[in-house]
Every structure is written in C-alpha cells, then in structure tokens.
Design a protein around this ligand. Structure first.
Ligand code: FES
Ligand code: FES
Length: 172
C-alpha cells in the first residue's frame, strides 16, 4: 500500500508498505530517518518516541497505515536549521544532554529528547515554571535507560529548561 503523511514539515510518500509495518520501520527504513531507535518494538522502552499529531507516542506501536494524512515529528526535527545534512546545529535539549553527560550508549536518547522537548513545551515553553524532579521523572517514566542511572538525564532536563526559559526571557 501507499502511505502519505507529513514528517518534520515535509510531505512524504512511502510505497509498497506492508500492512504490518510500523511507523518506526517506515521512518527508519523507507524515509531515511534513523534517529528514532528500535530497542524493544513492544511499546515498552520509549526509544522510538515521536510526535504524532502533536502528541508523543511510541512509533513502533503505530501501524504505518495509521499515519496516512497525519503529522509526524521525529527527533531529527529538534536540531536547529533546515535540511538533513550534518551542517545543522544541535538544539537546546540535545546540547543539554551532551553537556550534562546524559548520553552513554545513546540508544534511549532520541526518545528522551522528544519527551523532554514535549515537557518543556508544556512548562517553560508555555510561560510556566521549570519542571521539578518529580515532574521530570513522571514525564520520562516511559523512557527506559540501561546506562546512566537517570541522574544525568534529570540534570540535562534541568539544564535545558533553564536555557529555554532564558531564551524565552531574552526574546520577550
Ligand atoms: S522500540 Fe518502541 S517502545 Fe521500545
Ligand atoms: S544511554 Fe544507553 S540506554 Fe540510555
């Protein structure tokens, strides 16, 4: 079957999609967007998290056909600048994860980045308070990491929140 939808602001079409394929598979294998990771393919780990019509979801649990006409945003959209090339700069959340040492093997990182971006959009991005530890842990509860012990991840979210609040303050 043919599936057409919008990814990161671009209209795309994937042909010869098998009805059992997941959105994650189509993104990675057919559309050249390998940022979203396949770690469990069972909706358990959060590594494949994307925005699906503006709401975070595990792309391994979405049938490709369900994406028809929908809007998908992947971790690739969090980088600054346009295009797919290496000339794009890291976005605020990505930079914070690197600086805080929250990336080890990196398998969980794309999902954590998308989920963190969503949390910050709903808090500091909406003119609210920076999230506290409990709110961060709750927001990231569906994202499993086998390497970091989570402390560095929490630090990274605090750092990203502070930077996003600072940027919002200086632009208002
Ligand atoms: S790969 Fe989708 S939740 Fe683990
Ligand atoms: S950094 Fe390895 S699973 Fe999180």
């Amino acid at each position: 079957m043919r599936v057409s939808f919008n990814v990161n602001g671009e209209d795309v079409t994937a042909d010869n999609v098998w009805p059992g394929e997941s959105l994650l598979y189509v993104l990675r294998e057919r559309l050249g967007l390998p940022g979203s990771k396949n770690a469990c393919e069972q909706g358990e780990c959060g590594s494949c998290t994307v925005y699906f019509d503006g709401v975070t979801a595990c792309s391994c649990m979405i049938a490709a056909g369900q994406a028809e006409g929908r809007e998908v945003r992947t971790v690739e959209s969090l980088a600054e600048g346009s295009g797919k090339g290496g000339d794009r700069a890291l976005g605020t959340v990505q930079e914070a994860f690197v600086e805080a040492g929250a990336v080890q093997c990196g398998f969980c990182t794309p999902g954590l980045l998308v989920q963190t971006d969503d949390l910050l959009e709903r808090t500091v991005g909406a003119g609210g308070q920076a999230p506290g530890d409990a709110e961060i842990r709750e927001a990231l509860a569906g994202n499993l990491c086998r390497c970091t012990g989570y402390e560095k991840i929490i630090d990274a979210v605090h750092l990203a929140a502070a930077r996003r609040a600072e940027a919002a303050g200086s632009s208002s």
